[in-house]
Design a protein around this ligand. Sequence first.
Ligand SMILES: Nc1ncnc2c1ncn2[C@@H]1O[C@H](COP(=O)(O)OP(=O)(O)O)[C@@H](O)[C@H]1O
Ligand SMILES: [Mg+2]
Length: 206
Amino acid sequence: MSGLFIVFEGGDGSGKSTQAARLVEALRTSGRTVIATREPGGTRIAEKIRQLILDPQNLELSDRAEALLYAASRAEHVHHVVRPALQRGEIVVSDRYMDSSIIYQGLGRGLGADQVRDLNLWATEGLRPDLTIVLDVPAHFGLERVGTPDRLELAPREMHERIRDYYLQMAASDPSHYFLISAEQTIDAIADSVRSRVDELLALHA
Ligand SMILES: Nc1ncnc2c1ncn2[C@@H]1O[C@H](COP(=O)(O)OP(=O)(O)O)[C@@H](O)[C@H]1O
Ligand SMILES: [Mg+2]
C-alpha cells in the first residue's frame, strides 16, 4: 500500500477533531488527496453501529458486545474507506482507531488489552496506522471542554492514568509510530508540531 494512515487519539475534549481538521486542511492546501474520517463511523453501516453504541439508552450493552460492535464498525470502516484510499495512494486521517478500543474496552472494561488488540487486528486484517498522534491531557482537563455526554464519557475517571501509561509505553516502545503531544497548548502550536511530524513522515515516504 502506498498511502499514509494517520490517526488522532486522546481523551474526549483533548482536541482530536480540531487537530484532525487542521491537518486535513493543511495537507489539502499542499496539494495532497486526503480522506478525513472518524471512528466509530465512517460508513453508512458503521454510523448505525455508532448510534447504537453511543445511545445513552443502551447502558445495559454488555462489555463483550460493545467490543464486538466497535470491531464490526472498524471492519466496515477499514474495508470500505481506509484500505481502498491507501491503495489509491491517498492520505487517510482518522479521528480515533483501534487504540481507543484497546483502552476503553481492553483496559477500561477489563477485557484485556491483548485480547481486544487481537480482535481488532482480525477485524482490520492487521491494518495499523503509519502514525498515531496522541493528544495528552492532564486528568479531568479534557472533560471540561466537552458538551453533551454520551455512553463513553460515563466511564470512570480513574482510567485516565491507565490511558496515559498505555500511550507512554507505546510511544517509548514504538517511537516511529507514535507522536505524543501535550494538549495544553494553543490550537495553532499543536497544529504546527503535528504538521512538522507529518512532514517528516511524508519526506521518508516520498
Ligand atoms: N488547544 C486547545 N485549546 C483550547 N481549546 C481547544 C483546544 N483544542 C480544542 N479546543 C476546544 O475544545 C473543545 C473540544 O475539542 P475537540 O477537538 O472537539 O476535542 P475531541 O475531538 O478530542 O473531543 C472544542 O470546543 C475545541 O474548540
Ligand atoms: Mg471529537
